[in-house]
Design a protein around this ligand. Structure first.
Ligand SMILES: [Zn+2]
Length: 78
């Protein structure tokens, strides 16, 4: 039995079509503001086997106020 265990990445996933685990191809699906959405495709039949979101220490988006509460404005009267 010569089994190789390298680093465990998601290099193989179970494919329901092939009914066995297959090597996967990762492709960039979408670029999100806070990361990237990657998709895993079966290298054999190109069935989508999963997705993962890669969030990296990329450019942090400025915190846009969804709750736009009014800042307390002080009247400056002299
Ligand atoms: Zn497959």
């Amino acid at each position: 039995m010569a089994q190789q265990f390298g680093e465990f990445t998601a290099s193989e996933l179970y494919c329901p079509k092939c009914k066995t685990s297959q090597p996967v191809r990762e492709r960039l699906l979408l670029v999100l503001p806070n990361g990237e959405l990657h998709e895993f495709l079966c290298a054999h039949c190109a069935t989508s086997l999963g997705k993962r979101t890669v969030t990296g220490p990329a450019v942090a988006p400025p915190p846009r106020g969804r709750a736009r509460h009014a800042a307390p404005t002080r009247k400056l009267l002299r």
